[in-house]
Design a protein around this ligand. Structure first.
Ligand code: ASP
Length: 441
């Protein structure tokens, strides 16, 4: 039988009712045999995630302050879940152990208990085996997850297991200390488990019905992206789309395993399917998959007569950026002009030094820093085959009277990057959305 690895986020497991929904989803498909839970998240918008309660509790404990009532609140969250699921389960021993260790076992140990305890409850409710992530997810002593060791441990531990719950977010270092990923890291655990088991799919259950074509704070009711490739997702994530934990992509991507983002509250929705870059043929597509935008850039514009015939000009310019530790984001150029787009924060306080170094190194006719630049990424594998896409993008921007400051199209033809003034960004996203998406609905 095939294997599907299913990860549920905190809001999908925030209380007994949500856990019942997740459980119904799991039980409705016999291949959903390996479950990676987060800690209970928010039940309502002002609620506090258990992970945050644990961090706060640890803070007090480590300062030697009394944390009894904070700890009691955490216990109550779990007890409510146990009661709501009518489980015959006591976590008293676990709680006593955690309380005893809280001040001394470290902040990451404290945070990890959110997933640990939720995993115990869910395993009991599903009647699946509980496997402590500390036994299968390996970190180095400085907190870096060890891919090869982890995969080997997972395979060894899971080889005769048919159904299991493996809590997300944490593991154990070589010398036995509990370590966690950064926030949202249960996504990473799910991906590692899917990879180790050669799962047919990694389902990531959350509280939205997939990835949206554009930011809903900018575009009203944007549609969901039905299918997106890993490469497209990377382009959009880089420009600010937050979908999954960054480190969750690599394990499944390298193994060619698709990810399906699904909504626990609306399981019938198809969600978004993230597929390997080579598997695109069978999916029908729109020209544009997603539109993302990010503010906070500036352009360092250089102009010099006969620049194009000066060997080493670009190298000298880039060396200065490298020596000053400033990342170059984009580098559009003309015959006698070159612009370097960089993160405005990275440049802050270094402007005068940069200009002086550039003057000294390449003696430009003009060099200036233009602030308040936003970048807009129009991403779509469909653009490769469709002529006139660029024309449509720029016609719609022109129509909205938006001044384009820079254009960059990668050789993959997957992505057109447009630089605009920050105050034009939202309008630019809206007009491209209208031109390519609204007009086709
Ligand atoms: N519970 C952790 C957090 O809140 C990890 C996760 O949910 O993925 O960040």
């Amino acid at each position: 039988m095939g294997v599907k690895v299913v990860k549920f986020g905190g809001s999908s497991l925030a209380d007994a009712n949500q856990i019942k929904k997740a459980s119904a989803i799991i039980k409705s498909d016999a291949e959903r045999r390996f479950v990676v839970p987060s800690a209970p998240g928010k039940r309502f918008s002002d609620d506090i995630k258990v992970t945050d309660m644990l961090y706060a509790c640890y803070e007090k404990a480590s300062l030697g302050e009394n944390f009894d009532s904070d700890f009691e609140n955490i216990k109550n969250r779990y007890q409510e879940i146990i009661d709501g699921l009518a489980l015959n389960l006591s976590l008293e021993e676990e709680f006593a152990e955690i309380k005893k260790n809280l001040a001394t076992a470290g902040k990451e140990y404290a945070a990890s208990r959110g997933e640990f305890l939720n995993g115990k409850i869910i395993a009991k409710y599903l009647d699946f085996e509980f496997i402590d992530a500390a036994d299968v997810i390996v970190f180095s002593d400085d907190g870096v997850m060890q891919r090869h060791e982890t995969r080997a441990k997972l395979r060894e531990r899971l080889k005769d297991v048919t159904h299991a719950v493996i809590p997300g977010f944490y593991g154990k270092s070589v010398s036995g200390v509990v370590r966690t990923f950064s926030r949202g890291g249960s996504d990473v655990t799910g991906s590692l488990v899917a990879r180790a088991l050669h799962a047919s799919i990694y389902e990531n259950w959350t509280d939205v019905s997939g990835v949206l074509v554009a930011d809903p704070r900018v575009v009203e009711n944007p549609i969901v992206i039905p299918v997106i490739t890993y490469k497209e997702l990377r382009e959009l994530s880089y420009m600010g789309f937050s979908v999954l934990h960054e480190d969750a992509i690599f394990p499944v991507r390298t193994a060619g395993i698709p990810i399906n983002i699904k909504n626990t509250n609306q399981p019938e929705d198809a969600g978004t399917l993230i597929i390997p870059d080579s598997d695109t043929e069978e999916h029908s597509i729109r020209t544009i998959t997603g539109i993302a935008g990010k503010k906070g850039f500036c352009a360092v514009n250089l102009e010099k007569a006969m620049m194009n015939s000066e060997v080493g000009f670009v190298r000298d310019v880039l060396n200065i950026f490298a020596d000053m530790g400033i990342l170059v984001e984009h580098m559009p150029s003309g015959i006698d002009t070159l612009s370097i787009i960089a993160d405005a924060d990275a440049l802050k306080g270094k402007e005068e030094q940069l200009l002086a170094e550039l003057r000294k190194a390449v003696n430009p006719d003009v060099v200036e820093i233009e602030p308040d630049i936003a970048l807009l990424a129009v991403v779509g594998r469909g653009m490769r085959k469709t002529r006139g896409t660029a024309a449509r993008i720029f016609a719609s921007l022109a129509h909205a009277r938006i001044n384009v400051k820079m254009i960059d199209q990668g050789s993959s033809e997957l992505n057109v990057i447009v630089g605009v003034n920050e105050h034009d960004l939202h309008q630019a996203i809206r007009c491209i959305y209208d031109a390519f998406i609204s007009s086709t609905l």
